[in-house]
Design a protein around this ligand. Structure first.
Ligand code: ASP
Length: 588
């Protein structure tokens, strides 16, 4: 037997017991006649003590060890003379009687401490060493607890966890598929699922009633900071439900996991229509941890300032009590910030209602009296700053939404450890794309219009189609979309019409989705569902900024796993079996 206890377990009441521990050498200290080893495993650290006078041989042996050596020690638990109150095992140590080296270790390339000296890349190359560090380990444990609670909750509600295949045919969800060649079917390919969407709908046709799966999804996208080519969804579907049923079920699930994993009472999840979210926050995933709602400032028109007079949309928000922070230098810096290509505003209008008077970029066109009227109307106070952007509606809202977040960050107004969940509902069904002159599904092609807007889908007028709302919903927490879903179309005619609007010919729709349309002809029940991004949910709940932290073996932002060195070339033989000739256009 390697161990009787683990390294986080022993307390003062174990004093006098003989125990065995096994683990890694965290550190070694030699103090005169004594040597100490901090022995670490997943559960904690326990101090091993060696006495040169009484046990010279053991002490000598211990002094040969290095960091990360794997050892086993047996000895007696005794009370420490100098206790370590920062460590759960800090009251005791082990007076070692026998010691065994289980495996030696090379000197690790970075320190295995909470704050490591290793850079990102180095730690990823040696991820197994990185995982030994507390901050990494704890996040992996957090993920386990979260998935466990999800499984408990959903199983308790009668959901069945059902696996769907990974080798499938491509489903259009807006990203590129990863494809896998089929050796047995030369020239043909599987696709890795972007989500199990069509399968879960077919499971509803199959009468499974309530399905869930904690499932890997694959999307071949250009990687932005917080994306991974493979990520995990909590994927769910229910039959005989309306939007209200789905929202209630998953509101309860999210409350459950917050309570169980964080001991946080999340409370009811408020709802906001997509339109309202855009108008008030310039985002379909507003961060409600701070206020700074938008105000319409159309009344500023008509003062002879062409820029404002001609703008289709003029909106602003108030940064309360910000006079101190927004010096001229800061305001210039913020103006530069909105002009960066990522934001793309032409400029920034601000009105500083300072204690020593008003200072603004539009003083030439508006008298102080006029600006004071606006101040009163918006409920602004002395010390506040009003920020204004203008232009076409969609762009202005989006830019002002970004600015709102940036101002909150700069003013340090985003509280930590606070959770503000929100359901965003009534998304548009379709989105017109100017470049390709066609409609795209805002959620996905299987999403149903709201029940009383179904007829509109048979219209051939673009404005009518654009005005249709979908029975689609997102769950947003602290400004991040953690889940999204919809009530599905379960009627073949409606589904076929939706494909038609999305630009699929009858033949294409049949070729791509014949199996689903076919299934709909055999008694598809009304159904709907949702999928949560598990990695993202971990991140938001645990207060981290990167989903990578919650993935044991993440890929870097080139989509590479540098530890195993993937992707990589394959044998010519493997390729020829697949009937594939590779011609790499390196310039591409
Ligand atoms: N399959 C959808 C997605 O991946 C979620 C859903 O509609 O249930 O976003």
């Amino acid at each position: 037997m390697y161990r009787t206890h683990h390294c986080g377990e022993l307390r003062i009441h174990h004093v006098g017991n003989e125990v065995s521990l096994a683990g890694w050498v965290q550190s070694l200290r030699n103090l005169g006649g004594m040597s100490f080893i901090d022995l670490r495993d997943r559960y904690g650290i326990t101090q091993l003590a060696f006495n040169m006078e009484t046990d010279a041989a053991l002490c000598e042996a211990a002094r040969q060890f290095g960091r990360e050596y794997v050892i086993q020690a047996t000895g007696i638990v005794r009370e420490r003379s100098s206790k370590n109150p920062n460590r759960p095992t800090g009251d005791i140590e082990i007076q070692v009687r026998s010691l065994q080296l289980l495996n030696a270790s090379k000197v690790p390339p970075f320190t295995i401490e909470d704050l490591s000296d290793g850079g990102d890349e180095l730690r990823m190359n040696y991820r197994y060493l990185d995982i030994r560090r507390n901050p990494v380990k704890e996040k992996i444990i957090f993920r386990h607890q979260l998935t466990l609670e999800v499984r408990k909750f959903l199983s308790g509600q009668g959901f069945l966890e059902i696996e769907t295949p990974y080798l499938i045919k491509s489903t259009p969800e807006g990203a590129r598929d990863f494809i896998v060649p089929s050796r047995m079917n030369p020239g043909q390919f599987y696709a890795l699922p972007q989500s199990p969407q069509t399968f879960k709908q077919i499971l509803m046709v199959g009468g499974m009633d309530k399905y869930f799966q904690i499932v890997r999804c694959f999307r071949d996208e250009d990687l932005r900071a917080d994306r991974q080519p493979e990520f995990t969804q909590i994927d769910c579907e229910m039959a005989f439900v309306q939007q209200e049923d789905v929202l209630n079920m998953f509101e309860a699930m999210i409350q459950h996991v917050f309570k169980q994993c964080l001991n946080v009472e999340l409370g009811n999840v408020p709802r906001m229509k997509y339109e309202e979210a855009m108008e008030l926050y310039g985002s379909d995933k507003p961060d409600l941890r701070f206020d700074m709602k938008f105000h319409d400032l159309s009344e500023m028109k008509g003062n002879g300032f062409g820029l404002i007079d001609d703008a289709a949309c003029i909106k602003g928000f108030i940064a309360q009590n910000s006079e101190q922070y927004f010096s001229n230098k800061e305001l210039n810096a913020l103006t530069d910030w909105v002009k960066r290509p990522q934001i793309g505003a032409k400029g920034l209008i601000y009105v500083k209602f300072g204690s020593e008077g008003i200072k603004s970029t539009i003083g030439k066109f508006y008298t102080d009296e006029q600006l004071l009227v606006i101040k009163d109307k918006l409920g602004a106070k002395t010390g506040d700053t009003l920020f204004i952007l203008l232009g076409d509606r969609a762009t202005t809202l989006k830019q002002l939404g970004e600015l709102r977040l940036e101002v909150a960050r700069r003013l340090d107004r985003i509280p930590e450890g606070v959770y503000k969940p929100l359901w965003v509902v009534d998304f548009p069904l379709l989105e017109w794309d100017e470049d390709s002159q066609r409609f795209f599904a805002m959620h996905h092609p299987f999403t149903s219009p709201l029940p009383d807007e179904k007829d509109k889908i048979f219209s051939d007028q673009r404005e009518v189609l654009e005005s249709i709302h979908a029975a689609a919903y997102d769950m947003v927490i602290n400004g991040a979309e953690v889940g999204g879903g919809s009530i599905r179309i379960h009627d073949r005619i409606l589904q076929a019409r939706n494909f038609e609007i999305l630009g699929f010919s009858k033949e294409e729709a049949e070729k791509q989705f014949g199996f689903l349309l076919g299934a709909f002809e055999f008694g598809a029940p009304p159904h709907g569902g949702i999928a949560f991004g598990l990695d993202r949910l971990c991140c938001i709940m645990d207060g981290s900024t990167s989903i990578r932290d919650y993935i044991a073996f993440p890929k870097n932002n080139m989509g590479r796993d540098t530890m195993i060195d993937a992707p990589s070339e394959v044998d010519a033989k493997q390729l020829s079996e697949l009937g594939i000739q590779v011609q790499v256009d390196k310039a591409h």
